[in-house]
Design a binder for this molecule. Structure first.
Ligand SMILES: NC(=O)c1ccc[n+]([C@@H]2O[C@H](COP(=O)([O-])OP(=O)(O)OC[C@H]3O[C@@H](n4cnc5c(N)ncnc54)[C@H](O)[C@@H]3O)[C@@H](O)[C@H]2O)c1
Length: 348
């Protein structure tokens, strides 16, 4: 198996427990260095993974000559580090969100084009068992054409780290929005045509948003309704609710619960009585009994091994698991969210 000389930039909450051990354990990657300004974190990497540490990206590019740079530094560094890596002839695997703004993301796309380098984003939510199983169920047509997807992530969490501040590209739109907007568009398999968003700061001690409400209309006619709320004493439930013409799916306790009917088992409705302008038997609805069926699908698939897909893309000729067009589109939607939220708060 071709081994990619790889460095990991940023040894924090995602770099240290996820990217570094994944790279170190995978036969297709050779961990040739790590980058972090904190000396104690570099020392830890040397002791545990025998990986030389560098205080900055430039010195690692020069000394370690990597094929691939994994960027897991704070969001404001993503664009400059990705561009510098591609300029140095490396491919880039970058954690979400791609950058702090659409303009920066466009500079990254342009650098990839100019230097003919590969650039892929880490969007792990797409590879989680709930999403893998959901996509399988929807492919069977069980609930008919999907018209609405609701997704809610809630807790009461007072933040005081860099992600609590706007100046560092913080906020839950950038943080969780980059996961859940992406995954809802992925499930809808369509592009956003209209975006409405409200951003609020309630429990966080910083100035970045911790309450996010997003409505997205897609080209295929699906309405996506997302709540990201870090100031909710009670959870907004269920986490997922996917509604189709012939049924719906909710995600609870590790499984998808389907309630649906077979449209072929239901006779068509007679509309002739609607001509009289006096509802039959003063009844609301047709009075029919829908032959509901219930089924539970365990979300028991293994989560997707992202670094296998990384290797297939960066070392081989496979298509990326997340295309650059999709990542740019996500950044456009995040930008639309900020724009819509700012215009409403300005007019209010
Ligand atoms: N995909 C996911 O599920 C997921 C989860 C968490 C974080 N993230 C993303 O990963 C990125 C890092 O977030 P985190 O939560 O790990 O942050 P963190 O605060 O836990 O860690 C950041 C690390 O980067 C180091 N660092 C600071 N400046 C640096 C620089 N200029 N160059 C290299 N390293 C630098 C810090 O010393 C620290 O070790 C963010 O963009 C975040 O959105 C993604």
């Amino acid at each position: 198996m071709k081994q990619l000389r790889t460095i990991v930039v940023g040894l924090g909450r995602i770099g240290w427990p996820f990217h570094v051990p994944e790279v170190a354990a995978h036969d297709g990657f050779d961990l040739v260095g790590v980058v972090d300004p904190l000396p104690e974190r570099r020392k830890e990497a040397l002791e545990r993974f025998d990986a030389p540490g560098f205080p900055d990206l430039a010195s690692s590019l020069e000394a370690a000559s990597p094929d691939l740079v994994v960027i897991a530094s704070p969001t404001p560094f993503h664009a400059e580090q990705a561009i510098a890596s591609m300029e140095a002839g490396c491919d880039v695997f970058c954690d979400k969100p791609m950058a702090a703004s659409l303009a920066e993301a466009d500079q990254m796309v342009e650098a990839a084009r100019r230097h003919k380098r590969k650039l892929m984003l880490y969007q792990p939510t797409r590879g989680l068992p709930d999403v893998l199983v959901l996509r399988r169920i929807l492919d069977t047509g069980l609930i008919g054409p999907v018209y609405m997807i609701k997704n809610a992530r809630t807790s009461y969490t007072r933040r005081n780290d860099w992600q609590a501040l706007q100046q560092h590209g913080g906020g839950m739109l950038n943080n969780y929005g980059a996961h859940f907007i992406d995954v809802c568009l992925y499930v809808a398999a369509s592009q956003a045509t209209r975006v409405t968003c409200r951003l609020n700061t309630i429990a966080s001690s910083g100035d970045a948003d911790d309450v996010v409400k997003v409505l997205i209309e897609t080209a295929s006619g699906v309405l996506i309704d997302i709540d990201i709320n870090m100031a909710a004493a009670h959870p907004i439930e269920p986490r997922w609710h996917v509604l189709g013409k012939h049924g719906s799916l909710i995600y609870q306790e590790g499984g998808w619960h389907a309630r649906y009917f077979d449209p072929d088992a239901l006779p068509g409705l007679d509309l002739s009585q609607a001509e009289t302008l006096a509802a039959d038997e003063r009844r609301y609805g047709s009075g029919e009994t829908i032959p509901w069926q219930e089924k539970v699908f365990a979300a028991d698939e293994d989560k997707l091994n992202y670094y296998d897909y990384c290797h297939a893309y960066f070392a081989g000729d496979e298509e990326p698991f997340v295309s650059l067009d999709e990542s740019r589109e996500l950044m456009r939607v995040l930008d639309e969210c900020r724009r819509d939220a700012a215009s409403t708060s300005a007019s209010g």
